[in-house]
Design a protein around this ligand. Structure first.
Ligand code: FES
Ligand code: MG
Length: 579
């Protein structure tokens, strides 16, 4: 037996991972130990698994306003399980405060997260996110970094009450703003309801992108069971945070890395859930990006196939009537997953080290409630999202059929074209605009490169003169995105986008456009010869930038079907397609 070598200092186990390049490993660890002791840590505190915790509080992000309480609960959970919690900041993104759109910065947050996970010594990480782009950014970054990771959701805000009616961000924000635009309510009332739409910290209370990504994170197996639904300000949310800390230590000990959780089975489960909850169309883009980080391509035809056989079960706005707190009271994801059971891969592994099926069995039999419908009696027989193809969208386009008017889903109309977002703003409300309710509003150049970040401008407002006549919905088409809290007969993510020369670029006023949901068709009724002539007459020059992040973005961003990620961030290894 060799004698322990007490001539060399033994660095604490928790700090050994990774190195600072001084060319002398021993010295690097010696320095690291000195500095952490400078933070007030004893030697004994350092001999245990280190659990990194991403701290994403920001004065600009009320959706993460419960961060201090969450951090306290996560730290407690980590320490109860014998780990050492180490929180560190990353970028935080809020939907309303990130200009031109939070999506422009999602990849930056993903890079920040990935590189800090790589750079700093940690054995596992707790990712705390909530507002729309934060959870996908964190999952993308963590998927690339490859260490054991667990997602903690900040949780939804409470609902408010306006003159006796339950309201919440942001479906009702849009609804009241539309009423104001149509002169149905006055300036005083729109001011009054503004006080009630966001009644607490937390994420939007409807099935917008934040709630969708929370449900998807749980469906992927990336949260503790029940991690999606508790509102931000509840004890349930704090207990989820404590359990997340405890589970992170277990993940670190078992070295259960993220690639063993984010498998093709997990992605298919996530897509089933997206379809069954009437989730945000943004989640399709995010799932494509997360999958791409692990070498999987999201197959839109496969998604459409799942959509034909997955009913919408969750009765939440904007598709239905309830809010996240009601979903939570109805048992949250366990209730939904139990109902979806025959459609799920129950053997998919989760962060607890148990499979989705094992966790569902442990969650028990459920109880009577009316927020999650049964498969026998769904809200929609088919899933929330359908994929369209045609000469207008050779790479596909998305429609949220559950939020659309069925009459407009089998429709042919005259195109009323806006060349870009500024053109739309300048002319949409012009009383002289030549437009009727049967026309098709077309907005170009709000795709990933056309309006960097692909803003949520795909929800084109109804032209004011039609809104005042009581028109509530029209067929609208763009290469942009739409907020998950919006609703209407809206075709999104037209690929390839106009700004790089997709066919959308050559649509002109008066062209006929046909949509058929039943045939999954989006057709521009213009001959190939005519389109080729227009293409030759007005060649498209893709946008570029001189320097900085904008240059990186425009030079490398992919189209919607590849997740609007930067091309160099996807995995270089191709592992196949999902679902
Ligand atoms: Fe943050 Fe809606 S603005 S979730
Ligand atoms: Mg949103």
């Amino acid at each position: 037996m060799s004698k322990p070598d007490d001539t060399k200092p033994t660095p604490p186990t928790g700090l050994r991972k990774g190195l600072t390049s001084y060319g002398d490993e021993g010295f690097s660890l010696f320095l690291r130990t000195a500095f952490i002791k400078g933070g007030g840590y004893t030697r004994a505190a350092l001999d245990r698994p280190v659990i990194g915790i991403t701290q994403t509080a920001s004065g600009y992000n009320p959706c993460h306003g419960n961060m201090p309480q969450l951090l306290e609960a996560v730290r407690r959970g980590v320490m109860l399980a014998g780990g050492l919690p180490m929180e560190f900041p990353t970028i935080s993104l809020h939907e309303s405060f990130a200009s031109p759109t939070s999506m422009y910065l999602r990849n930056l947050m993903a890079m920040d997260t990935e590189e800090m996970l790589r750079a700093q010594p940690m054995d596992a990480v707790v990712l705390i996110g909530g507002c729309d782009k934060t959870v996908p950014a964190q999952l993308m970054g963590a998927a690339s970094a490859g260490l054991p990771a667990i997602q903690l959701i900040t949780g939804s805000m409470l609902t408010g009450s306006h003159r006796g009616e339950t309201v919440g961000a942001c479906t009702d924000c849009r609804r009241y703003w539309a009423k104001f635009r149509a002169s149905e309510i006055d300036a005083q009332e729109v001011e009054d309801v503004n006080d009630q739409l966001v009644p607490s910290v937390g994420t939007c209370s409807v099935m917008g992108t934040a709630s969708t990504m929370a449900c998807i994170a749980e469906a992927l197996g990336m949260t503790v069971p029940g991690g999606a639904s508790p509102p931000a300000v509840t004890a349930d949310r704090m207990r989820v945070a404590e359990a997340t800390g405890t589970t992170a230590v277990q993940l670190a000990r078992e070295k259960l890395t993220i690639d063993r959780i984010l498998t093709p089975q997990a992605f298919e489960n996530a897509m089933r859930v997206l379809l069954a909850i009437g989730g945000s169309t943004n989640a399709i883009v995010h799932l494509a990006a997360i999958a791409g980080r692990l070498g999987y391509e999201l197959d839109l035809r496969g998604l459409d196939r799942l959509g034909r056989e997955t009913p919408v079960l969750l009765d939440l706005k904007p598709t239905g009537q309830h809010y996240m707190e009601h979903f939570h009271a109805a048992g949250g994801m366990a209730t939904l997953l139990r109902e979806l059971k025959p459609l799920l891969h129950l053997d998919a592994m989760t962060v607890t080290g148990r499979t989705l099926g094992e966790e569902l069995d442990a969650a028990g039999p459920g109880f009577a409630q009316d927020v999650v419908k049964t498969r026998a009696n769904p809200i929609h027989a088919q899933g929330s999202v359908a994929v369209l193809w045609g000469n207008l969208a050779p790479g596909g386009a998305i429609v949220k059929q559950s939020a659309a008017d069925p009459r407009l889903m089998e429709h042919e109309g005259r195109a009323v074209v806006f060349e870009n977002a500024a053109d739309l703003a300048a002319r949409l409300d012009d009383p002289a605009l030549d437009v009727t309710a049967d026309d098709v509003l077309v907005l170009k150049r709000i795709g990933p490169k056309g309006h960097p970040g692909m803003p949520e401008a795909g929800y084109l407002p109804i032209p004011k003169k039609l809104a005042q006549q009581g028109v509530k919905d029209m067929l609208r088409i763009s290469d942009g995105r739409m907020s998950g809290t919006a609703f209407g007969s809206i075709v999104l993510h037209v690929t390839p986008e106009a700004a790089i020369g997709g066919p959308l670029a050559w649509v002109r006023n008066g062209d006929r456009i046909r949509i058929s949901l039943s045939r999954r068709e989006l057709a521009l009724l213009v001959s190939d010869e005519e389109l080729a002539a227009r293409r030759a007459a007005e060649p498209v020059v893709p946008p570029t930038a001189e320097r900085g992040y904008r240059k990186l973005f425009l030079d490398t961003v992919t189209q919607a079907d590849r997740g609007v990620d930067f091309d160099f961030l996807a995995s270089a290894t191709r592992r196949g397609s999902v679902p």
